[in-house]
Each structure stands twice: as C-alpha cells, then as structure tokens.
Design a protein. Structure first.
Lengths: 183, 274
C-alpha cells in the first residue's frame, strides 16, 4: 500500500490479488448476495486507490481495508434504502415465551439462524460478521468501525440479543404455520 | 456489578471461550438480575451456533473469474482518466485501448468520420500544409471531432463508455477557452446527474484541470449540495480546494456534507493543498 501511496498505482493490482477473496467473503457475509458482493469488492479496491492517502503506513493494512469495505457496504445499503435482505415484519413475541435455547435444539435451526442474521440491521450484522465469521478481535473491530473496544462489546451484545429476538419470532412463525397446515 | 459491566464481561467471556459464572461478582449479579440471567443462558448458545449460519458456507467462497477481469478493466480506466503517475510506458494509452476494446457504434462512426476528414483534407490541401495556419485549421477540425466523440460517449448508457468519454475529453479541456464549452457542459452534466458515482468522481477530477474557468468553479460549487455520495463529496472538496480554499471552508461549515467526509478533509487535505 505504501508503494501505491508513493505513486505506483498499478501495485493496487497486487493488493487485489492478495486480499480480494477475503474482502469478497466479508461483503458476501454482509449482503448475502454473490453479485452484490462482487460489485462491492471491486468498489472497495477502487476506493482504496482514491483514499490511499488516508492509510497511515504505521498501522495494519487489513483493518484499514476492512474499514473501506465496510463504508462501501454502508453506502450500498444507504443507496438501496433498505438492508439487502429487506426487513420482514415479525410477530411480537413476549420475551419469556419459547426460550432461544429450546428453539435452537430444532434440526432446522441453522437455516433459521441464517435467516435471522439476514434480517438483522447492517450495523448489528457487521459486528457479528467481523467477530464470528472473520475472526477479528474486539480491538481490531474497534479500529475497523472507528470506535472503542467498550463500544464494540456493547454493539455485539445488543446485536446478539436482537438476533435472538428475531430468531424467536421466526421460530414462532414456523410453529404457527405448522399448526395451520396440521389443522 | 452493574448490568453494563456484566454485558461487557459476558462478551469478553464469549470471545475468550470461558464462562462468566467463574467470576464471583458476576455470580452475585446474576442472582439478583433476571435479564442478565436470561442473557447468560441464551447468548452463549447463539454465539456458539452462529458459525453454522455463515452465508459463505451456503453461497460458495470463491468470487467469479469475471470479477478480476472487471476490476483490471476498471483500474486501467481509472488510471487513464486520472492520468496519475504509475502507468507503465509500454501499456496502451486511451486511444490504443479504444481501438483494442469493443467498439460502440457511436465511437466507430466518429472515428470513421475523423479518418474521412483527414483523408479529404489531405486530398484537397495536398502539399500546401506547410503553412502554419493550415496546420492549425486541420488540428481544430480534428479537435472538433474529438469533442463530438467525447460528448457522445459521455451520454452512453454504459458507465464504462461514459468513463472513456471523460478520459477522451481531457485533451479538449486544455483548450477549454477556445472550443471546449460543449465538453465542459457535458462534464458538468455528468457531475450533476450521472447515476454512477465513479463517473461523477471522474468528471469532477477531469474538470479539475479547468478550474481557471468561472463556469467550471461555479458549476462544481453549485453541485456540492446535491451530492449524496460521500465519495463524490470528497472528490469535489479535494478539487475545489485547489481553486478557492476559503469557499470550501464555507461549504464545510454549512453542514450539508457527510460527517466522515468533513473529518477526512480536515485531516488529509491541508497536508497537500498547502
């Protein structure tokens, strides 16, 4: 990246070669759509070229690149006005009803959990994606999101709770449909 | 221990793979707080099960081979548009790439017209081109055709063709005072209304070489307020700062810009605007 900053802009091709798979996976995890993830990956590297002066040579390159990718994804969500997966209205579920632990015992829980994750607002999804799928530590996530480690933990906790609520709503919807079919 | 302290501890434990109940203060808090007890029971299960919900496992890890080709094409186009250092001397210039690349109908027609004009002028003028005035006249004709091609490409439905039009327009901007009015208006139109942010940014950067014209400065300043994309806003600020830093400071103070762009500009731009 330092070579790019020094004017050797074609070195961006090398950076793309080395990091595009990782950034693509990150974008795919944020959007859930392969075509959108490809567009965002390409845009991330072009934006990295445009904003190369904002990279400080003393810091790690990867968190900086994640940060650019995250901003590109946020612009994408902002432009499309709704999260990539859309937000489906879920039934209100009393918090004490059907514990998540019990619902997660079901065989279809992974699919339902994936659907719940897709319905999570982007700000919550990104922190869980970075931590659980990209295996970034809270300190690194703080660099990527531009906030303190404490704020990362607060956001992750809130996102996880919200994920549980969405998951519970989907599980209840599934049970109601099963009852309708049975009757 | 307060609830927020327990939440932070719980998230630390999840990251490090240990149980919060091993902490005496946490145990005491859990005895008296039902909400945190529920979190302590549910959130670790969700946390553990999350990797099974990874969208990458279901959609496939690898991007298509076409993505890399598209990136390389875009990178080359951006380098040509910006005319920044770093281009290899042995790589084809914009003209070579236009000829080598897929021909749009407008481009093919315009290039054919260029050739025809050249042949016709050569035929009629014969050996009389030694006169400077005639050489200038021929160049003017060629430039005029060049302008037509650039303007035509800038209204093409494909964003990459519009980028090519912008790249082609840069040679006309150096003569903006004499004949580039159409090109300038077409570039300003791209800045104001193009649906693609990359095209808008390229048009802003191209107009950066004609900041001595009031029409260009006024047009760019007028478009700042209507830009939603932080990237376009940043490009406008960066370019306009070279023309009138004071006016840019007024724009920064007006509150019509993205917060991230304002911060970025304050940190980065003074270091090279001087």
């Amino acid at each position: 990246m330092v070579a790019v900053q020094n004017g050797d802009l074609e070195k961006l091709g090398d950076l793309f070669e080395r990091h595009h798979s990782r950034i693509y996976s990150f974008c795919l995890r944020l959007t859930g759509k392969a075509a959108a993830a490809e567009d965002l990956t390409q845009e991330t590297f072009l934006r990295a070229l445009r904003y190369n002066r904002t990279f400080q040579g003393t810091s790690d390159f990867l968190p900086w690149l994640y940060r650019v990718a995250r901003n590109v994804a946020n612009d994408h969500f902002r432009r499309s006005r709704v999260p990539e997966h859309g937000v489906e209205k879920l039934p209100d579920v009393p918090s004490g009803e059907r514990p998540v632990a019990e619902a997660l015992e079901l065989a279809e829980d992974s699919e339902r959990l994936r659907a719940a994750l897709a319905r999570l607002p982007p700000a919550g999804r990104e922190v869980l994606v970075l931590s659980r799928f990209e295996h970034r530590k809270y300190t690194e996530i703080g660099q990527i999101l531009g906030c303190s480690v404490g704020a990362v933990k607060t956001r992750a906790h809130r996102a996880l709770k919200q994920l549980g609520e969405i998951y519970r709503g989907l599980a209840t919807q599934g049970s109601d449909r099963a009852r309708e079919v049975a009757s | 221990m307060k609830c927020e302290d327990f939440e932070a501890l719980l998230m630390d434990c999840l990251e490090e793979g240990r149980a919060p109940a091993s902490n005496a203060e946490a145990r005491a808090h859990l005895e008296s707080c039902e909400a945190c007890r529920r979190d302590a029971a549910e959130l670790p299960i969700l946390w553990q099960r999350l990797p099974a919900a990874d969208p990458v496992h279901s959609a496939g890890e690898a991007p298509s081979a076409r993505m890399k080709e598209r990136f390389e094409e875009s990178l080359q186009t951006v380098l040509e548009v910006r005319e920044l250092p770093g281009r290899s001397a042995n790589k084809p210039g914009i003209g070579g790439r236009l000829i080598a690349g897929p021909w749009s109908r407008a481009l093919a027609t315009a290039l054919a017209a260029t050739l025809a004009i050249g042949v016709a002028l050569g035929f009629f003028l014969g050996g009389r081109l030694s006169s400077n005035a005639e050489v200038r006249e021929l160049r003017a004709e060629m430039r005029s055709v060049n302008e037509v091609v650039a303007v035509a490409l800038m209204s093409h439905r494909s964003a990459s063709e519009r980028l090519r039009g912008i790249a082609l327009s840069s040679s006309n901007l150096s003569d903006a005072t004499s004949g580039g009015a159409r090109v300038i208006e077409a570039l300003l139109e791209r800045v104001r209304n193009d649906p693609n942010d990359n095209v808008r940014v390229a048009a802003v950067e191209a107009l950066g070489s004609a900041l001595d014209l009031a029409q260009v400065r006024d047009g760019l300043f007028a478009s700042v307020g209507s830009q939603e994309s932080p990237e376009v806003q940043a490009a406008l600020l960066e370019t306009l700062a070279r023309a009138d830093r004071g006016a840019v400071d007024e724009v920064l103070a007006s509150g019509q810009l993205d917060d991230g762009v304002r911060q970025w500009f304050r940190v980065v731009v003074p270091s090279y605007v001087g």
